[in-house]
Design a protein around this ligand. Structure first.
Ligand SMILES: *Cc1c(COP(=O)(O)O)cnc(C)c1O
Length: 321
């Protein structure tokens, strides 16, 4: 794993690879007491022609910088972040599954690791990266479609909060609604806005899109939604494929009348939604087939991230030597 430390009011300078293992923290560590921490998630893949590639790591670096600013932490520069990711992937090369079998999931963390008794930014920060192989079938609902439960009681984020950054504080509060939904047979929870409970926001760790008459819509990132790298990439890919894409407020009723719905995120890629349940009413969608809009986006996205389709020479796919 990769580790780099930095005192408060200074900048990250140099990190190093160390054997994977437990880390030592003071019981007074800011991250343990006050939740000062951010995470990121990206994947390394082996291509059919023997390369190792990562999808848009600079975007994760930029998002971590933005989140660090919100949480009063110093962040590694984009170059430091991307270089650290590459070093960690190379060190874990033997754990990258063969093409088509799975990916190496990469988990960067930025933590307020120094101790502090009163609430406030930590005196020391730690940036670290660990990895783990994940198999394609870990997300089995991706192929059969997600069954989402619309929760109008619990909310994920509120205006002025930290819902738009990958703060570790956003995740434990969704365990309860998620656990309840799973126990009732759903895949995940779809959250509504906390002010009116009328508009669709996102799923626990993925963004949502709907399709109606070939127009694709997704909730605008107005502060309570996490701007996914996959979301952003899908918007660009969809525009290039000639679809009309709208980022706006989406009333939950519109979701129920859509032709298709799908979720996006690094972990699950483009995942078609099979059903949505809202206030006791269950709506089913046509799941992916070659001719569906989500099917087209899914196959294009997969071909890009797997290195089969070179996308407009954008440099989206970073190769590791
Ligand atoms: C990480 C995350 C996403 C998806 O972001 P990607 O960059 O596409 O992986 C969406 N919503 C939330 C709440 C997330 O934490």
């Amino acid at each position: 794993m990769y580790m780099m430390k930095c005192p408060r009011d200074e900048e990250f300078t140099e990190g190093r690879l160390i054997p994977y293992g437990n880390i030592e923290l003071s019981p007074g560590a800011c991250v343990l007491n006050y939740g000062q921490g951010l995470y990121e998630g990206l994947k390394a893949r082996r291509t059919e022609d023997g390369r190792i590639v990562i999808f848009r790591p600079d975007q994760n670096a930029l998002r971590m910088k933005m989140g660090a600013e919100r949480m009063c932490m110093p962040a590694p520069s984009v170059d430091q972040f991307v270089d650290a990711v590459k070093q960690t992937v190379i060190a874990n090369k033997r754990w990258i599954p063969p093409p088509g079998k799975g990916t190496l999931y990469i988990r960067p963390l930025l933590l307020g690791s120094g101790p502090l008794l009163g609430p406030g930014p930590a005196p020391e920060f730690t940036f670290l990266i660990y990895t783990t192989p994940v198999c394609i079938y870990c997300f089995k609902e991706t192929s059969t479609g997600l069954n989402l439960y619309v929760d109008d009681q619990f909310h994920r984020a509120s205006p002025g909060g930290a819902g738009n950054v990958k703060s570790i504080t956003n995740y434990a509060p969704v365990f309860k609604p998620m656990k309840k939904a799973k126990s009732e047979g759903f895949t995940d929870v779809l959250y509504l806005d906390s002010s009116s409970s009328k508009y669709v926001e996102e799923v626990s760790v993925s963004n949502i899109f709907i399709v109606k008459d070939k127009t694709i819509s997704t909730p605008a990132t107005s502060g309570t939604i996490l701007a996914g790298v996959t979301r952003n990439s899908i918007i660009e890919i969809a525009c290039d494929l000639g679809f009309k894409v709208e980022e706006r407020k989406i009333p939950v009723e519109e979701l129920l009348e859509a032709d298709e719905a799908f979720c996006t995120g690094t972990a699950s890629g483009v995942a078609p939604v099979a059903s949505i349940t809202y206030q006791g009413k269950r709506v089913e969608y046509k799941t992916t087939n070659i001719n569906s809009v989500s099917g087209k986006l899914l196959s294009t996205y997969d071909a890009i991230v797997n290195g089969q389709l070179k996308y407009k020479n954008t440099g989206w796919l970073v190769e590791i030597n």
